[in-house]
Design a protein around this ligand. Sequence first.
Ligand SMILES: [Zn+2]
Ligand SMILES: [Zn+2]
Ligand SMILES: [Zn+2]
Length: 488
Amino acid sequence: MSNLRHNLNENNNAKNDKNNEIIQNNNIYISQQALNFAVEQHLPPLYIKCTLKLVDHHKGKEIIKDKNGDLLCFAKNIELFVHLCDVNNYPKTLAQIDILPIRPKHLPSQHSLILKFVPNYITLEDIQNEINLKINTLFNMEEMNGSNTGKSRHIRIEIKSSTECDKLLSNGGLTIDDHIIELNEFLASPQLLFCSKCNDSGHVRKHCNLQYDACRRCGEDKSTGNHNECNICCHRCKQNHLATDYKCQFIIGYRRALLQTLKQKPHLLPPNVKLFIPSECRDDGDKSNKIVSKISTKNITAYNDKYNGQVKHLPFNINSHSWPSLGKHQSNTIDLTTDDGLWKEIKNNQNEIEKLKEEFNNKIQQCHNRYDDNIKKIKSILSIVSSQTKYQNENVTRCYSILNKFIPLLSATLILFQKLTENYNEQNKMNDNSNETHQLIQYISSSIVYMKERNDALITSQKSLHNLSDQQGQLLLQAVNSLESNHE
Ligand SMILES: [Zn+2]
Ligand SMILES: [Zn+2]
Ligand SMILES: [Zn+2]
């Protein structure tokens, strides 16, 4: 009957979830919901004892409180959870109520390591001393349940700083009393989704087809009879365990199917998550004991994008968060009697802002106008300078050309004069003042040579002046052009 109920349930779920991706694995259906649940971070709640119990709904509404009036808090991510595991990170009071945070027993698996096969003669204290030599943030260490063989046992160590956790892990092991102890990462087992109505795995209450809430002990309807003392008998296998016990052959089978599906779909795992595969769920000959996420921390953004805003892991920074100050409720309420005055004040302020805005715009407009004027002035000055330079250059050129014509003329005249003097000298050879005439001719000759030299120098300087004035004109033209383009 129970087996029948179980099978019926699974088949119905398959129909219910037909829009979801259903994977058939050894005839066991694994819903997408169960896969998602298996890889999610399930951080335990954090308890905070309150000396004055929270009974006032007004004060407690922003935080969840349990039946005893204490606080029950849930951290959204591992970093925040680890931060809140340190009692020193809490304020002494919250909303004028003294609080006493309860230190959680364990850190999440990402902050845990396993020391394997530690000989029983090495005490926890020995190990603690050795570890404290290497790191500063050891949170907890304890023997793992059921790992003691009489000679050795596994020990779980939990470290607050993930950097220190990585550092210790990269060493690969610890040496105590010349004994090398293997150090490994602690792998979390995948979480099984249990229905709180029928206690079967793979679906939630909302999708359950059972008509009543079943007892985890006896499997019967909880609403009838006393179920505190009822006979423990699994409704699936009829063995002496609770319906949600991982010992159950059906649960083991389901877990194996779930893990095999996850192994085929490691992309479902959030970044840097590793899941443990218990030996009973491994295939024969498969030594690998873990499923590792294919997404590295570098690809977190891509992962988050893929999940369309359902952010599963974001780097968390405690500095960007502060404790809520719940005592400030009163300041948010506005006294109704001052409403009119308040509105008037707001209106006045708004008018003032409008006025200032207008003034500001006027000022900007004035600045623009002044800028335009200045640009125009500079432009006209430049063009005047430009035309003046042009005129100036023309004048200089004219002077040069006059000089150019005048000097050869003068030198030709002098040559003629020289010849005349010579002729005159021939005719009056017997004249006494021939010596004087000779000196005169000599003087005229040197004047002619000197004038030729001057003429050459004049031509050279004229050329360089011409080049300079050309360059000047081009620069002025550029200045005018750039002003015009700036203005546009
Ligand atoms: Zn159910
Ligand atoms: Zn019962
Ligand atoms: Zn069972």
